[in-house]
Design a protein around this ligand. Structure first.
Ligand SMILES: [Zn+2]
Length: 302
């Protein structure tokens, strides 16, 4: 069985794994990076991780899941680089292919999470789904079994977090105002709590205290409402077989999931039977999905 390396670039760490053709992780490694790390530091970190992972092994390809708008044909970051300082415009593929002599496939991080769910997760037996990753930000992927990922004409499709939920609303890092990401994400919950209380708590603390703290309750209920409005839009645009929800915020779903589903059912124009389900993979979805992206292009030639 052939083996590939999957790399998942996060805000404060880089995860890497050696993955086989069945989606099994054979070796796993993590590297911490400084939060204000430059693009050069991140590229050095990726190299270091690949060197450690590939030792004594035959590696057929390398896949990388990266934040930002990604030109996946050429392996470059476009104008929006996500939460890595100076990441926009970075050529990820070129330097790594020169260093290791192994083909490299780069994909947007939410797309990679979608590929993981399609391969061995909640999307496995579905013809179509929309993936939402709700963490620091709000990422999206659009997947059909026949076509694979929908990347768009300029590699900017499925940026669902930047669809506008409140026209003229909170400013977004992408330059627009009122993006859904500013209302439906861990950071959005922390920001809203701070606006109402004057103090900042982590998203996890806010979700966990929604029963005792009236401000937390208000923030979490608003989150569930905004999320449900967004899901109505997703249903009306895509009518997918399912919406799969992943990302760190899913760990706190006891505090908002049922209310979100109730809101969705009360607002949607008809009941199309679109399933809304949690992702099966959280921490490993980045590395496994990145490995799958590389497998598709360079091992299986999909
Ligand atoms: Zn935006």
């Amino acid at each position: 069985m052939k083996k590939v390396i999957g790399i998942d670039l996060g805000g404060t760490k880089i995860n890497g794994a050696v993955v086989d053709e069945s989606g099994e992780i054979l070796r796993l490694n993590t590297l911490s990076t400084s939060k204000s790390g430059s693009s050069g530091e991140v590229m050095d970190g990726i190299s270091e991780l690949i060197r450690a992972l590939k030792e004594d092994q035959e590696i057929s390809a390398i896949g990388i899941g990266s934040p930002g708008f990604i030109d996946s044909a050429n392996g470059k970051v476009l104008s929006v680089g996500g939460n890595i300082e100076g990441w926009a415009g970075t050529d990820i593929k070129g330097p790594l292919e020169r260093e290791f002599g192994i083909p490299v496939q780069v994909e947007n991080d939410a797309n990679v999470a979608g590929l993981c769910e399609a391969w061995i997760g909640a999307g496995r037996d579905r013809d179509s789904f929309v993936m939402l990753t709700v963490g620091t930000g709000l990422g999206g992927a659009i997947y059909t079994k026949r076509e694979g990922l929908w990347r768009g004409n300029h590699f900017q499709a499925a940026e669902l977090g930047h669809s506008i939920l409140y026209p003229g609303g909170h400013g977004c890092s992408c330059g627009q105002r009122g993006c859904t990401e500013q209302y439906v994400s861990g950071t959005a919950v922390e920001d809203e709590y701070e606006r109402l209380s004057g103090s900042r708590r982590t998203g996890r603390e806010i979700f966990d205290s929604f029963k005792e703290d009236p401000i937390s309750e208000k923030v979490v209920r608003k989150f569930a409402w905004d999320f449900s409005v967004f899901l109505v839009t997703i249903k009306n645009i895509f009518d997918p077989e399912a919406v799969i929800i992943g990302g760190g915020v899913i760990l706190s779903r006891d505090s908002w999931w049922d209310e979100m589903i109730g809101n969705f059912n009360s607002q949607v124009n008809n009941d199309p039977g679109m399933e809304i389900v949690p992702a099966r993979h959280l921490n490993a979805s980045g590395t496994i999905g990145a490995a799958r992206a590389a497998m598709d292009r360079f091992v299986w030639g999909v």
